[in-house]
Design a protein. Structure first.
Length: 215
């Protein structure tokens, strides 16, 4: 048993090392999503003075957009490569943060502010699709189809760890500095993350014969 455990750990180490930048990118991307989740209802209801239906609409806009953009993001990752999909997602995430910031200029005109905020949320939903599909595609290109389960496990772990950290972090930021802090974090964190992604080896789409080969 100890010999088998040692071999399993030895085999897992290079997989984790190869995936570490991808895990970090997914964690950071979902951290940006997570920090906004607990404070959006507070901002929409307390700062903008809007009701429960609009709160739900703002909260759900991201997930609806993510659903609609998933297959487009998958096609993009397949044709352009996983790394390019991730980079595109990070750049667009910064644009979503700028929309958050822009919405704050119209706090006195709640309908305009929430419309811009809804657009930012929808953009962030597309970002989620590009980053998660790009991360899976990139991981498969760096490793082998036999490592698919480990890639899914590590990407999923990064996602839920980010949500766990992001919710209290967002609450602290909002309590101390208001929604402007959330907007700034949404803009700046993805741009900083690009420095992590840029030097990494890009992925190339695998031929179908490679995906179905037994070895």
């Amino acid at each position: 048993m100890s010999v088998n455990s040692s071999r399993s750990r030895a085999a897992a180490s290079p997989v984790v090392a190869a995936l570490l930048p991808i895990i970090a990118v997914v964690f950071i991307a979902y951290l940006v999503i997570g920090i906004a989740l607990p404070v959006l209802p507070l901002h929409v209801h307390q700062d903008l003075g809007l009701g429960a239906f609009v709160v739900g609409l703002v909260a759900g806009a991201q997930f609806g957009a993510s659903l609609l953009s998933r297959f487009w993001a998958g096609d993009y990752a397949d044709s352009r490569g996983g790394k390019r999909a991730v980079v595109t997602g990070l750049l667009v995430a910064a644009a979503a943060g700028l929309l958050y910031l822009l919405s704050l200029r119209f706090v006195g005109e709640a309908e305009i502010s929430v419309t811009i905020l809804l657009l930012g949320r929808a953009v962030l939903g597309g970002v989620e699709s590009f980053i998660v599909t790009g991360a899976f595609s990139w991981g498969l290109a760096l490793l082998r189809p036999q490592n698919t389960g480990q890639i899914m496990a590590w990407v999923g772990t990064a996602m839920y760890a980010a949500f766990a950290v992001g919710a209290p972090a967002g609450t602290i930021l909002y309590a101390g500095y208001g929604f402007a802090a959330i907007a700034l974090a949404t803009t700046l964190i993805p741009l900083v993350t690009l420095l992590l992604v840029a030097p990494r080896r890009p992925s190339r789409p695998r031929p179908m014969s490679a995906l179905h080969s037994p070895g």
